[in-house]
Design a protein around this ligand. Sequence first.
Ligand code: NCN
Ligand code: DMD
Length: 338
Amino acid sequence: MTAPFTTLNDFRGLLAAAPRADQVAVDGAAARNGQLTKPPGALGRLEDLALWLAGWQGTDRPRIVAPQIVIFAGNHGICAQGVSAFPAEVTAQMVGNFQGGGAAINQLAKACGARLDVVPLDLDTPTQDFTQGPAMTEAEVVAALAAGWDAVDPATDLLVVGEMGIGNTTSAAAIAHALYGGSPAAWTGRGTGVDDAGLARKTDVVARGLGANPAAGTDALQALRCLGGREVAAMAGAIARARVDGIPVILDGFICCAAAATLAAAVPGALDHAVAGHQSAEAAHATLLDRLGKPPLLQLGLRLGEGSGAALAISIVKAAAACHSDMATFAEAAVSAG
Ligand SMILES: O=C(O)c1ccc[n+]([C@@H]2O[C@H](COP(=O)([O-])O)[C@@H](O)[C@H]2O)c1
Ligand SMILES: Cc1cc2nc[nH]c2cc1C
């Protein structure tokens, strides 16, 4: 498909017009949940997940049979300022590793039975350094949103978006700072492992980013354009496509959630189809999840990106659907209800 928008305003309009979850299916799933052979509430958050899936799949018996993971990769102009523990060429090298099957996400995708797609975005043309002005033009950010939109398989029933982009924790911190305010230091963490001097440089870059891009402080999609990267915008485009098509999404770490946050700030309800897969060890991810109102399913100390934490959570969401849809009811199993 070719994405049905050519401007940020078109994109915002599509997202604002997206249908809501199917309440009849949710009510049907809640009724079924009450008849399953377990004490009420005994499956904890698995029960919430099943009802959430029911609403987006439009059935009281949701199933996950075709999960898709898409990894977007982009390069960042701000890398020249020494904001990462790794050199920018690692982004393209890791794309080769994903394509060769050697990265963590290849194993995690295999382990949960998900299709994995890798989408490199103009790696030879990093975004502009956002301390000097906008990272992307409107045409560039729209192209990245469209790449994300087009990468979603409309037949998938559960989507994970992940990223690879040296420097992108700085971009994500700058976006969070623009959307939510607070001090630049509160949003800035160590990413791939910068030392104290690197952390101080990053914090300064985050502060100067908003200073150089006042539009980012007044409009969430401008924050994405001015402070984001191509892979960040592509994740936003894919999450938005899933919202419009009613496909449930599991959010990954700090960068994925910063991309998602631009949608939530632009259009209320834009993330109703999304749950948080995990809480990353990146310092500000907990705060960002709190702002999004999304409690994480897992907290394993991961800080990898690549969709890794969300990929692990696919198994949990699959399990929630299987229990809900395939368990026996008290009547079917001839078990006495309480
Ligand atoms: O997902 C996260 O929360 C996360 C936290 C720290 C680092 N990363 C990954 O590390 C890269 C960005 O780190 P950095 O230090 O280059 O900004 C990028 O490729 C991300 O996938 C990802
Ligand atoms: C090796 C490496 C792998 C990654 N995967 C996601 N971000 C990454 C950053 C680095 C440095």
